[in-house]
Write a protein that binds this ligand. Structure first.
Ligand code: MG
Length: 159
C-alpha cells in the first residue's frame, strides 16, 4: 500500500453581522468570517491538507479570490471538487484531522455535525473525520476574537 500525508492551514478574520460557516455547519453567532467565499476556514484548511497529500497545489491556486465564479461560494462545493480530484487515480482518503482555534462561540456542540457533514461531502465515513476545537486562553489574535485559525492533516492511500 502507498500512503501519503498532507497538511493545511488557514486563518480568517472575524467581523460582526456575517454568517459563521465552520466545518460545513452554520453556527449561531453575532460574528462571521471575512472572505471572498463563505469563509469556512475549517474547510479551507482541510482542502489544503488533501491537496497537499497529492502535491496538487492549494485552494488559492484552484479557486482564485479574484474570480467572480467563487464569490460567496459554499465551501462544501470547494471540498467536493477537491476531494474528487484527490481521490482520482485509485487514491482514497484514509483519515483527516482538523484543529480549530476559536475563542468564541464554543465549537464543541457542533463537532459531531461537522464530522458528519464533512464526511458526507468527501464520501467517507464519519469515523475517519476528526474535528477538535480549542481556545487560545485569550492570547493572540484568536484570543482577542479577531479571527479563527485552523490546522488540518489528511492521509490518503492506495493499494
Ligand atoms: Mg480561506
Amino acid at each position: 500500500m502507498e500512503v501519503r500525508i498532507g497538511q493545511g492551514y488557514d486563518v480568517h478574520a472575524l467581523a460582526e453581522g456575517l454568517p459563521m460557516w465552520l466545518g460545513g455547519v452554520l453556527i449561531p453567532s453575532g460574528t462571521g468570517f471575512v472572505a471572498h467565499s463563505d469563509g469556512d476556514v475549517a474547510i479551507h484548511a482541510l482542502c489544503d491538507a488533501l491537496l497537499g497529500a497529492r502535491a496538487m497545489g492549494d485552494i488559492g491556486h484552484l479557486f482564485p479570490d479574484t474570480s467572480d465564479e467563487w464569490k460567496d461560494v459554499d465551501s462544501k462545493i470547494l471540498l467536493d471538487i477537491v476531494s474528487r480530484k484527490v481521490q482520482s487515480d485509485s487514491w482514497t482518503i484514509g483519515n483527516v484531522d482538523i484543529t480549530i482555534a476559536l475563542q468564541a462561540p464554543k465549537v464543541a456542540p457542533y463537532i459531531d455535525r461537522m464530522r458528519e457533514t464533512l464526511a458526507k461531502v468527501m464520501g467517507i465515513s464519519p469515523d475517519r473525520v476528526s474535528v477538535k476545537a480549542t481556545t487560545t486562553e485569550k492570547l493572540g489574535f484568536v484570543g482577542r476574537k479577531e479571527g479563527c485559525e485552523v490546522w488540518a492533516v489528511a492521509l490518503i492511500q492506495r493499494l
